[in-house]
Design a protein around this ligand. Sequence first.
Ligand code: AR6
Length: 195
Amino acid sequence: MAHNDLALAAKKIAVYRGDITKMGVDAIVNAANPTLLGGGGVDGAIHRAAGPELLMECRSLHGCAVGRAKITAGYDLPAPFVIHTVGPIWEDGKQNESQKLRACYRNSLKLALDYQLTTVAFPAISTGAYGYPKAEAAEIAVDTALKFLLAHPALHKIYFVVFDGETEALYRESLERALSISDEDSKTQSPSPAK
Ligand code: AR6
């Protein structure tokens, strides 16, 4: 992976501390449960801010499997669309939790592209009620987003919206780590200068 490409992709990622329901992006992502009928945490906040029509549309979707994503309108939200994805519940790390979390990010971004949406905001999926360790989850979120941005230049911006300073720091560290690893790779792989 060329370092320059990765650095460009990283510029399309922003870590933002605040409330995702206030984001004026094309789509915000909801950390939902398989019923898609609302819940606590960010799911509850999104349903409250979007208004009752969101629940009506969600009822017509007949749920969503872990790792998959479905899209609705945003109703009273500033964002015109909500992408609902279902993160894995953390058990012991041996139940394919990481693959399932990766799938959440990838499938949400694929859906955004299908709808020609170019700015997407994610919460830290699975890291609240679902108990996913925050550092590992941040690493997966950043890595999946970078790979997706490299493969799909049509996407303009991915926001990681975090509630607290600890999670914000974890995202920033993950981003820096991804860039420094690729920097080292590019140094070891670059041809030696002609003598
Ligand atoms: N904006 C941004 N981030 C938020 C907001 C907000 N308004 N509210 C919470 N967070 P969680 P999960 C952060 O529990 O772990 C629901 O009941 C929060 O600090 O919302 O995927 C669903 O219906 C945490 O870092 O989602 C499911 O049953 C992150 O969002 C279950 O919870 C995710 O926490 C899903 O659990």
